[in-house]
Design a protein around this ligand. Structure first.
Ligand code: C2E
Ligand code: CA
Ligand code: CA
Length: 417
């Protein structure tokens, strides 16, 4: 494995040669789910696959291109003297195709999953470090694209501006709450709604939730934001319950907030304030965050559940829960991450994987929600696999809470007729 200094030196050489007419590209090529491969096929097979990647790259790249191994599952590829952006995209697509070709081992055939992040030189950064960081950032982005590659893009809204403005947004009620329906597959009923925060700033415009939630977490404002979401969410739940007393609301919870002293009491205070039973509140915690801090969270989650509040593991399948923890964790529901649901349409392995997750959940006595259901075909597949609930654009996009409450009353009236 290569150290960072050597990688930076190679990028610096690339940078020195690149011009706007003959740009260069810095690619971070990442093998995903290395741990799963190690566990399923063995460490040696995983190591051989990484060696095979280097051989495949060698065969594919032009003279003058460089590839370096920079981490357990990361390679850095440097492409000098390109004809432009499209040329870089073409090269990256070829790399994805070559590396994702099946690889035979003694323990079976591995189907590697690869992502490529691209930063262009000279325009995407002045220093080697920045170029590498931006290609790395683009790599995260690539995981959400079918082509499995992404170029670095300058964030549209500066993080500093968001951090400043967020404080007033929370206190001045500039945030809005949107609700997205969750449907029970057995009878098609909407049994709960997920609360999702929205923020439209007068100057910055619509700030993506992933951006301002991240900022809130890093700048110590997440507790205030969560209190706001819980309060507004429970107020709407109190309304919704007049149309359907069985309905629930799901609120996203950052683990940082869960660990704050007094948070659990605050939840019960708010439930009493809005006069809703604890069983109609679901708190969603992401699997990755939970696994990071499992020791610190267990007690709080257990206290919430002892009081009747329900707990769901969000983005399940992306956070590598160990089986040992899963059966011990105080939770009620698994929400299967939408990346698996979306892969299911074209990939029978993803379908089997979802089936296995559903079975696992049921064996542990947990309910299952599939997220990101966009097509009737996915709904049918999920029903056949025994999934309990689905959420996604097929059922409904997140919409302003007031509109959702009005629609719920309209359909309750129609049912009563
Ligand atoms: P999440 O908890 O995974 O929420 C689901 C996200 O998937 C939402 O994105 C939703 O709009 C989107 N989505 C729903 N159905 C579909 C579909 O069929 N296809 C696709 N492609 N996407 C779908 P959104 O609203 O941008 O939220 C992003 C994340 O921000 C959420 O992910 C959640 O983790 C976080 N978040 C949102 N509001 C809050 C909040 O009030 N507090 C906290 N702590 N986190 C929040
Ligand atoms: Ca969620
Ligand atoms: Ca989710």
């Amino acid at each position: 494995m290569l150290n960072r200094a050597q990688a930076f030196a190679a990028v610096a050489r690339l940078h020195a040669q690149a011009t706007r007419d003959a740009p260069a590209a810095v690619l971070v090529v990442r093998l995903q789910r290395l741990r799963e491969i190690e566990l399923a096929f063995g460490y040696e097979a995983a190591e051989m696959l990484c060696g095979e990647f280097e051989r495949r790259l060698q065969a594919l790249l032009r003279a003058g291109d460089v590839h370096l191994r920079t981490g357990e599952s990361d390679l850095l590829v440097l492409l000098p003297d390109l004809r432009g952006r499209a040329h870089a995209a073409l090269a990256a697509a070829k790399i994805v195709r070559a590396l994702q070709a099946p690889f035979d081992t003694t323990a079976g055939t591995v189907h590697p999953l690869v992502v490529v992040g691209i930063a262009l030189c000279p325009e995407d950064g002045e220093t080697s470090e920045l170029l590498c960081r931006r290609a790395d950032r683009a790599c995260d982005e690539a995981a959400g694209h079918v082509e499995r590659l992404a170029f670095w893009r300058a964030p549209a809204i500066p993080v500093e501006a968001v951090q400043q403005a967020l404080r007033t947004a929370i206190t001045d009620h500039q945030l809005q709450l949107h609700l997205q329906p969750i449907q029970r597959l057995a009878d098609g009923r909407i049994v709960s709604y997920e609360a999702l925060s929205r923020w439209t700033h007068p100057v910055l415009g619509a700030v993506p939730p992933a951006l301002f939630i991240g900022v809130a977490e890093r700048s110590g404002q997440i507790a205030d934001l969560t209190r706001w979401t819980l309060n507004v969410g429970l107020r709407h739940l109190a309304d919704l319950r007049r149309a359907d007393p069985e309905v629930r609301i799901a609120v996203n919870l950052s683990v940082e907030v869960l660990q704050l002293p007094g948070f659990v009491d605050q939840v019960f205070d708010l439930l009493r304030l809005w006069n809703v039973p604890p069983g109609s509140l679901v708190l969603e915690v992401t699997e990755s965050a939970l696994m990071r801090d499992v020791g610190q969270c267990e007690q709080q989650l257990a206290a919430l559940r002892a009081g009747g509040v329900r707990v769901a593991i969000d983005d399940f399948g992306t956070g590598y829960s160990s089986m040992a923890y899963l059966h011990r964790l105080p939770v009620d529901t698994l929400k299967i991450d939408r990346s698996f649901i979306q892969e299911m349409a074209t990939d029978t392995r993803a379908q089997r994987l979802v089936g296995t997750m559903i079975e696992l959940a049921h064996h542990l006595g947990l309910g299952v929600v599939a997220e990101g259901v966009e097509t009737p075909e996915s709904r049918m597949q999920l029903a056949a696999l025994g999934c309990d609930h689905i959420q996604g654009y097929l059922i409904g996009r997140p919409a302003a809470a007031d509109e959702v409450v009005a629609a719920a009353f309209a359909s309750a009236t129609a049912r009563a007729r």
